[in-house]
Design a protein around this ligand. Structure first.
Ligand code: GDD
Length: 321
């Protein structure tokens, strides 16, 4: 049986990837940090098929032991502190987990099981103030803010282990990817959940930041397939993974509210508290390399994605009333 080891298994991407790998017949081992409130909410339907192991990206020894014990064929490093604005308030913690955590897990692979193939969850935030539009695998990195800077370090370390230690290591430079399993603090889910609450009479307004901010929003279920494909190639390489299409937060509101028969202009309020001090503009990727070499293409478009999320939130909230 092919074995895969995942960090970040309790997160959105971890749950979709675990599901996908189980369907492929993998043995899936997921690392969780010990805490009094570990949430297995996204894994409940597959939890009995997973091997859950205690470990921590802050603890080098725990990673080496896991790699020695399980000798996984594939390692997916999805764990990180993923909410961008928080990183400005916790720059050291962000650096320790999101940057040094990558070095620690790569060291564990090198020391304990260098045959493993390694996937690093890189991010479009490494392009920061972009040096070209659209961005490709060769666009120079120019991150701003602790999150992007930490992800850039992880990105370069992955390349370093590939070039110097000959490890099959690659980074997926993923643009925003969403789903009904997205955390409520991210803007897509905040909007779909907020619109559903308003429709059900549970709220009167939705407070957001910059409505003109633009992002490329794809479906997380599609993006985990790209991660897997990256580890099935002959040579390890980095790939930009995105839809190539951007929409504004305003478009997002329009889609979600109108799907529920509401006019977003009557409910959405812009609030300074949710504006970012630095807003990345023109984050637009070019997925041509992933299309060509991986044969990967997204299957869920923007409108469909938002409707899927609204449907989920509406039904879920209705059940709770
Ligand atoms: N969260 C949030 N809340 N964002 C808002 C709001 C709001 O009330 N109002 C406007 N926005 C805008 C933000 O300013 C940003 O431009 C955009 O919505 C998306 O914000 P998020 O959903 O928080 O995601 P992100 O782009 O900062 O980061 C996500 O994508 C990256 C690239 O894939 C995260 O998933 C990162 O972990 C990931 O690396």
């Amino acid at each position: 049986m092919t074995k895969a080891f995942l960090t970040g298994i309790t997160g959105q991407d971890g749950s979709y990837l675990a599901e996908f790998l189980l369907e492929k017949g993998y043995d899936v081992i997921g690392m969780v940090r010990r805490s009094s409130t570990v949430s297995f909410q996204r894994l409940r339907h597959i939890q009995d098929q997973l091997e859950i192991v205690q470990g921590n990206l802050h603890d080098q020894g725990s990673l080496i032991s896991i790699l020695e014990q399980y000798q996984p064929d594939e390692v997916y490093n999805l764990a990180a502190s993923s909410f961008v604005p928080i990183s400005s308030h916790q720059p050291v913690l962000t650096g320790d987990a999101t940057a040094l955590g990558v070095a620690r897990i790569l060291e564990a692979v090198r020391l304990a099981y260098p045959q493993a193939r390694f996937y690093q969850a890189s991010s479009s935030e490494i392009f920061g103030t972009v040096q070209e539009v659209p961005q490709t695998e060769t666009t120079p990195l120019n991150p701003r803010g602790p999150y992007g800077i930490a992800k850039a370090y992880g990105h370069w370390m992955t390349k370093h282990y590939r070039q110097v230690f000959n490890i099959y290591a690659c980074s997926g430079i993923l643009y925003n990817h969403e789903s009904p399993r997205r955390g409520l603090e991210f803007v897509t889910r905040k909007v779909t959940h907020g619109a559903a609450r308003i429709k059900l009479g549970l709220a009167k307004e939705l407070r957001l930041g910059n409505l003109e901010a633009r992002r490329d929003w794809g479906y997380a279920g599609d993006y985990v397939k790209a991660m897997w494909l990256m580890l099935q190639q002959e040579q390890p390489e980095d790939f930009v993974v995105c839809t190539g299409e951007t929409h504004s937060v305003r478009d997002l509101c329009e889609s979600a509210f109108s799907y529920l028969g509401l006019d977003y202009l009557e409910y959405v309020v812009q609030d300074d508290r949710y504006f970012r001090p630095v807003e990345e503009k023109l984050l637009v990727g070019d997925p041509a390399k992933a299309h060509k070499k991986l044969g990967w293409k997204p299957t869920v478009g923007f409108k469909e994605l938002i409707q899927m999320m609204v449907d989920y939130d509406f039904e879920d909230l209705k059940r709770q009333i």
